[in-house]
Design a protein around this ligand. Structure first.
Ligand code: NAP
Ligand code: MG
Length: 504
């Protein structure tokens, strides 16, 4: 196939609007304007089902980050944004939600082309959740308040005081996000920043920069003042490191791997920049012995295969009681073996490609290491020739000495292990450096309630997995991160508390 033919087939069935956006001449969005990157270098953007290059985006560098941070600082300290009343921030965010909703079909296509996920999933999950979350945060803009306190200052008994606290915006935020849910991860950071009165510079992942650029365009179209939301595309070591270590930002909000999260945390600490980290996971799925093995297999398949396993909370370690073990593994092998692979625009496909060649190779190397360390491949294990696909894979008879059980794979690979009793499974579930999510599958309420407090994880699901709500906090115990996004907790991530004590 010639390059032109390949490019054409990438856009088969894609709307003219989405194609026109993807193929446009992309620039950085700084201070309310589209500007070229100073260095003039670019990054190629690939369509994962074919592996074809669709377009280029600027590879922003330190100088571009400086410019964006300055624009965000100016908007934060002067101009209309610093005087915008909470109700105006609320109104702008409600308008932004409407704009995303009105363009959700096109955004879903852009996300599918860029990330590889199906258009249907992008539309129903990523975009719907993004719109709901923007509306949820819009509501918070007018509900951020402090406390009044009756002081009893012990060493000045003859004086009277009154005291209160104020929640003030933390300032200029640097947001760095990964490629698994590009627009949703961007919205989870940019929107709380706007709701609280901060300004923000966003660096999307180099693999998936497109929806962030479209989001910036929509934000400008609803009247968000210049400099409040800036986007610098580029790679991690270039634009990302320049942003997270920038002395001009007040907070860095990061989602990504634990490894990079540690680098970001260290860089932030040098400037005492506030930092929140949503990092990796190796979440356990715990089946109790009252579950029907087929229902358990179906639940576990959903827990691991959502977004082709590229989910921070993916249920990647399955624990099954000895007695049900063979039946559950067999059920899972049937489900995984029967899944149809295809592009994000193929309505019949049940699983799409991984985001990049590098990720495909990384996941394939993990599957090999599992084999070498003695796991049994009960389904999948291979990679088709074209595109960045990995077959849905079940690694049975795994154990805690194996790398596939200890390390985050971030692909459609499930490890399965038998267990004897509740104490043993609680110990195994916690035998990991991570602590992001976990699920328990049972209708035995007493045992479920006994198990929940024993699991060291930020979220415990019962009879479901990977289900999120804008009003419920999300974040990690242990090496899965610091801080909580979503829910009322996210307001704390973007505000400083100021104490006022007045002698009266
Ligand atoms: P990653 O390599 O850590 O990258 C995440 C972001 O950080 C990307 O934008 C990346 O840029 C940037 N980056 C890389 N090196 C950097 C550096 N030295 N300084 C500053 N920024 C840098 O993670 P990923 O592989 O893209 O994403 C998968 C990971 O994200 C998984 O570990 C997953 O568990 C985690 N995740 C966590 C959550 C959560 O809520 N806890 C949600 C989603 C994903 P480039 O990619 O452009 O180089
Ligand atoms: Mg990366």
């Amino acid at each position: 196939m010639s390059e032109a033919q390949a490019r054409h087939s990438v856009f088969d069935g894609v709307s003219a609007a989405a194609r026109a956006f993807v193929e446009r001449d992309h620039q950085l969005f700084i201070g309310g304007e589209w500007v070229a990157a100073r260095g003039g270098e670019t990054l190629s953007v690939y369509e994962p089902a074919s592996g074809e290059c669709m377009c280029e985006v600027p590879a922003g560098q330190g100088g571009d980050v400086d410019r964006a941070v300055n624009a965000a600082r100016e908007a934060f300290e002067g101009g209309e944004w610093s005087r915008a009343r909470p109700v105006e921030r609320e109104r702008l965010l409600l308008r932004l939600a409407d704009a995303i909703e009105a363009n959700a079909d096109e955004l879903a296509e852009i996300e599918s082309l860029d990330q590889g996920k199906s258009v249907g999933m992008a539309r129903n999950l990523d975009l719907t959740m993004a719109v709901d979350f923007v509306r949820y945060m819009a509501g918070w803009a007018t509900k951020i308040d402090g406390r009044t306190v009756e002081p009893s200052v012990p060493y000045l008994p003859d004086q009277q005081f009154t005291g209160w606290t104020r929640k003030e915006p933390v300032g200029v935020v640097g947001a760095i996000v990964p490629w698994n849910f590009p627009i949703l991860m961007a919205v989870w950071k940019v929107v709380p920043a706007i709701a609280t009165g901060c300004t923000v510079v966003l660096k999307p992942a180099e693999e998936t920069p497109l929806s962030a650029l479209r989001l910036a365009e929509l934000a400008a179209s609803v009247g968000l003042p210049a400099g409040v939301f800036n986007v610098v595309t580029g790679d991690g070591p270039g634009a990302g490191a320049a942003l997270s270590g920038h002395p001009g930002i007040d907070k860095v909000a990061f989602t990504g791997s634990t490894e990079v999260g540690k680098l970001i945390g260290k860089a932030a600490m040098d400037n005492m920049t506030r930092v929140s980290l949503e990092l990796g996971g190796k979440s356990p799925v715990i089946v109790l012995d009252d579950m029907d093995p087929q229902a358990a297999a179906a639940g576990a398949a959903q827990a691991i295969f959502l977004n082709h396993g590229q989910v921070c909370t993916a249920g990647s370690r399955l624990y099954v009681p000895n007695r049900e073990y063979d039946a559950v593994v067999e059920g899972l092998a049937g489900i995984a073996g029967g899944m149809r692979l295809g592009s994000g625009r193929d309505p019949e496909a049940q699983m799409g490609p991984l985001v990049s060649k590098a990720q495909q190779e990384r996941v394939a190397a993990y599957i090999d290491s599992g084999r070498q360390q003695g796991a049994r491949v009960a389904a999948g294990g291979g990679c088709p020739d074209r595109g960045f696909f990995v077959e849905p894979t079940i690694l049975a008879d795994a154990n805690h000495q194996m790398r596939v059980v200890r390390e985050e794979i971030f692909g459609p690979v499930l490890t399965v292990m038998p267990y004897q009793d509740l104490d043993e499974v609680a110990r195994l579930a916690n035998d990991t450096p991570y602590g992001l999510g976990a699920s328990i599958w049972s209708n035995d309420l007493a045992r479920v309630h006994r198990l929940i407090p024993k699991i060291r994880a930020g979220t415990v699901w019962v009879n479901c997995h990977n289900v999120l709500d804008p009003a419920l906090p999300l974040g990690g115990f242990k090496q899965s991160g610091i801080g909580r996004e979503l829910g009322r907790e996210v307001v704390d991530l973007y505000t400083e508390t100021k104490t006022v004590l007045m002698s009266i």
